[in-house]
Design a binder for this molecule. Sequence first.
Ligand SMILES: NC(=O)c1ccc[n+]([C@@H]2O[C@H](COP(=O)([O-])OP(=O)(O)OC[C@H]3O[C@@H](n4cnc5c(N)ncnc54)[C@H](OP(=O)(O)O)[C@@H]3O)[C@@H](O)[C@H]2O)c1
Length: 321
Amino acid sequence: MNGQDLRIAVIGATGAVGTVTLDLLSQRGYRRVRALASARSAGSSVTFGDEQLTVEEATPELLAAGEFDLCFFSVGTSTSRELVPHAVEGGATVVDKSDAYRLTDGIPLIVAGVNDDAMAASGVGAGNRIVANPNCSAMQLTCALKPLHDAAGLASVRLSTYQSMSGKGDIGIEELQATPAAGADLGMDWEYDGEEFTEEAKLRAETQKILELPDLKLSATCVRVPVLVGHAQAVWVETESPLAPDEALGVLSESSNLALAELPTPGDAAGRDEVLVARVRRDRADGNGLALWVVNDNLRKGASLNAVQIAESLTSRGLLE
Ligand SMILES: NC(=O)c1ccc[n+]([C@@H]2O[C@H](COP(=O)([O-])OP(=O)(O)OC[C@H]3O[C@@H](n4cnc5c(N)ncnc54)[C@H](OP(=O)(O)O)[C@@H]3O)[C@@H](O)[C@H]2O)c1
């Protein structure tokens, strides 16, 4: 089937990620797209290119009725857990953006352009119809780490993140817009177990799964900052064999997911497809160390663009049943 003829549902179509997913699908010429959300917004409309789509309630019955080939889920974890099995029962292949299935054995966690082969290896196209989309921070990090790992092997990774408010969804956008810039105290929205935020543990476990490096040493400090869109990361990488900054720039420049930049801010990344990489330099505290700065639009490659690229990869590899 031609990808553009797929019968597609965007579940969570009224949210921060769902609205960008609709934009990307319309720009890419998909025609048979329906917008689903909760009963709260059923009957309202969302923009799809030049059209307005009426939002339908995402009921188990509708999802299981066999009306969709592909379902993009952009809802919370518990809603995904409840509704994804019904979509699968109805015969759809699901790309899920929540963390419901990311670390489930047998379900591939995919960054398009990094580990697409894991889909067929996990039986997608042969009975397995769920593909998980990673956390936005793991997404941009693995885009930058994969070429470095292929070139010199990763020994350890340390990073600090500066994550925008839209990473919390529409509620974060509203919270920032309602807060006077001076003196904003927006706080962390992740659970803290006395040692780590959940976000830091997710970032480590998802990176290990995507790169198929279960023992990779990775330590992160994640922070939410009063920025609307765009997550930034200061990353320190220790490689197994030496990799000079020039060589690192060479391998990074070959990745279609990345664009080299000079001093990118989150604003420079917002609306762009590529993950921006900058300031690739020797880490002066480590023999085989490199330091770099990585910035990405968390709503695009960090969420919806990657999901749409997964769909394109499924189509081109003949993995949609
Ligand atoms: N924001 C990011 O940067 C980002 C990045 C990567 C992954 N993600 C993940 O993507 C998912 C969506 O995030 P978001 O930022 O777009 O959140 P959001 O702005 O809060 O949107 C949530 C969406 O879920 C819908 N929804 C809620 N309960 C539902 C239900 N019972 N049935 C059907 N739809 C329901 C909402 O519809 P109503 O309008 O009807 O309430 C809304 O469309 C989350 O799992 C998040 O972790 C987000």
